[in-house]
Design a protein around this ligand. Structure first.
Ligand code: ADP
Ligand code: MG
Length: 403
């Protein structure tokens, strides 16, 4: 058997974890791996042929419809990231095999049943990559990062949605100069997202009259609001990426999200300060408990460089790197302090548009490129042609079978 090894980051740091991972944990994590073509998770589709646990190493068998499936890299990469996100897992070795004829027939049946039942939970297509921007506490620049990251990913040529999940602390509409826009309902009684700067935006700030009436939302359960934003919004079915600006803090919403969008992955925003890092690491811990892989750490407010080239580490240094090491994930970038972020937040012109060559925009663009490389868009190149062929053969077979 040929197992491919290890993680894709440039460094491997031992994680201090005692918990022993179980097969049930691994299976739960793999339910977040979606076959983009068949629109189901690989556990449901019977593509997981074996799970063996040896200490902190997980040996995984994945059976593809055909060994040369162009989606192989994606399914393999996603499986690795999901399982590595589990506490107690240091290494994942994947053995990819091709399905037997029987397995393929079974898979086809499952896939057809799925298509018929339309088992879709939310309006977000299972192939849409979901990136949550989390931090554990407010004021570290989560919303600024979400907005500019969404724009940067769109600039890379992807259709992007931006969900402001900070239900009663929303700031995204103002940052995008869309405070006056309102969500409307379409003829199917679904909410139409607001189209701004080429991205789809949904926020409670687009429902309430003004920012102070957001107080009304306090009675609303956060996870219910989130559910509504995922179920009752006519999101573009072709979204390549959905960026979610998470509310500060914790628990429920994280759990709700990983249940509603099993494909979600997290970017952790922190400042160079050690205190912020501790808070962020708690969020990361929650992510692991809800089987959400962490794409990486994005450090914000990383010093200030004057026009004369003098550099000041106003909020300390090293916090992002240390957190990334602790979580054994890549440091996606360091966004310097940049007045255009503050100005942009106030006048609705985000730096990605107002000052695309400014230090913040440049850093965020680089981070966006890394994120898209680490969480690549769902493969367009699929095995559909072969599946179709297979389906037709099966039908022919059925037709010629003596009754
Ligand atoms: N890189 C940066 N440079 C300068 N100011 C920033 C930067 N990132 C965020 N800010 C400012 O910090 C404040 C908090 O940012 P915000 O994105 O609202 O944080 P959060 O969503 O985490 O509460 C805002 O006034 C914003 O303009
Ligand atoms: Mg915010």
């Amino acid at each position: 058997m040929h197992y491919s090894h290890g993680r894709n980051t440039s460094f491997v740091v031992p994680r201090v974890r005692q918990a022993m991972v179980t097969r049930a944990d691994v299976e739960a994590a793999l339910r977040g791996v979606i076959d983009p073509e068949l629109g189901g998770d690989i556990v449901d589709l019977g593509m997981v042929s074996g799970i063996t646990i040896e200490g902190s190493t997980v040996l995984l068998g994945v059976a593809l419809t055909i060994a040369a499936c162009p989606m192989r890299d994606q399914i393999e990469g996603d499986s690795r990231r999901k399982v590595l996100a589990l506490p107690g897992v240091e290494d994942v070795r994947i053995d990819v095999t091709a399905m037997t004829q029987e397995q393929r027939t079974e898979l086809m049946t499952t896939a057809r049943l799925r298509a018929r039942d339309n088992a879709q939970q939310t309006m977000i297509d299972p192939t849409t990559r979901v990136i949550t921007v989390s931090s554990g506490k407010g004021g570290v620049g989560k919303s600024s990062v979400s907005v500019n990251l969404a724009l940067a990913i769109a600039d890379l040529g992807h259709r992007v949605g931006l969900l402001d999940a900070d239900i009663w602390g929303f700031s995204v509409p103002r940052m995008l100069g869309a405070s006056d826009a309102q969500l409307s309902a379409n003829e199917d009684r679904k909410i139409e997202p607001v189209e701004v700067e080429g991205i789809q935006l949904v926020s409670t700030g687009l429902i309430v009259e003004n920012e102070s009436s957001a107080l009304m939302w306090r009675g609303l359960m956060l996870s219910k609001a989130l559910e509504q934003f995922l179920n009752d919004v006519a999101w573009d079915r072709t979204l390549g990426y959905l960026v979610i600006d998470m509310p500060p803090g914790t628990g429920d919403i994280q759990m709700a999200l990983s249940r509603l969008l099993p494909q979600a992955e997290m970017v952790v925003v922190t400042t160079p300060q050690r205190a912020a890092q501790r808070v962020a690491s708690r969020v990361a811990d929650m992510a692991r408990r809800s089987h959400m892989p962490i794409v990486g750490v994005l450090e914000n407010m990383s010093g200030f460089t004057t026009e004369e080239g003098r550099h000041y580490d106003l909020f300390g240094s090293g916090g992002g790197e240390e957190l990334a090491m602790e979580l054994a994930v890549p440091l996606l970038g360091q966004i310097p302090l940049d007045p255009s972020v503050v100005e942009g937040g106030d006048n609705g012109l985000p730096p990605m548009r107002a000052r695309p060559d400014g230090p913040a925009a440049v850093a965020i663009r680089k981070a966006a490129e890394r994120i898209v490389a680490l969480v690549p868009p769902a493969a367009e190149d699929t095995c559909t042609a072969r599946i179709d062929l297979l389906a037709r053969r099966l039908e022919q077979l059925a037709a010629t079978e003596p009754t």
